[in-house]
Design a protein around this ligand. Structure first.
Ligand code: SME
Length: 164
């Protein structure tokens, strides 16, 4: 059984350092990408404060398709360039949105969401999908969250077998 350790710190770099250690422990002995994304969605949902949705979209046939997540049922397909996820995937850059209601083309999936961060999953220039996180708290994600989540995504990709 994996026990989620409580992370007590007000310092975001330290929070993500501790979280990254738990992520590595969670993946120990398992390199299946789907299994690792499923467990990571759960770990993030239960360790990061003030979230209402955490999940993955996978890049398939020039679209993003819903993958493992924690939270309410969400939209299944997102076109490249659409919404926060499609923008992040098309630009291959982290998108950080303080107020989703002001983001042109934001795709609402849960009315509780007010802020969002999306980190692309890129393996050797190949787009695999995105990690999408929603919060009810406006301006929930800052640059320290972006850097911390990019580290977590790197651990996911390093610790998983990625299909060619
Ligand atoms: N809000 C996202 C869609 C996915 S949900 O938040 C789960 C977007 O605008 O791309």
């Amino acid at each position: 059984m994996f026990t989620i350790a409580n992370i007590e710190t007000k310092d975001k770099p330290d929070f993500y350092h501790q979280l990254n250690r738990q992520v590595k422990a969670l993946f120990e002995g398992e390199r299946d990408f789907l299994a690792n994304t499923a467990n990571l969605a759960s770990l993030l949902f239960y360790t990061m404060p003030a979230l209402n949705w955490v999940g993955f979209y996978f890049y398939k046939d020039n679209q993003l398709v819903l993958g493992p997540f924690n939270g309410k049922p969400a939209c299944v397909r997102i076109d490249m360039g659409k919404g926060v996820c499609g923008t992040s995937a098309a630009n291959r850059q982290t998108e950080r949105v303080d107020n989703v209601h002001e983001f042109p083309g934001h795709i609402p999936c849960d009315s509780a969401s007010n802020a969002e961060i999306v980190v692309p999953l890129i393996d050797n220039e190949r787009l695999l999908g995105v990690l999408d996180i929603d919060s009810p708290q406006f301006s929930r994600f800052d640059d320290a969250d972006a850097r911390g989540l990019q580290l977590i995504v790197k651990t996911l990709l390093d610790c998983s077998d990625l299909k060619a």
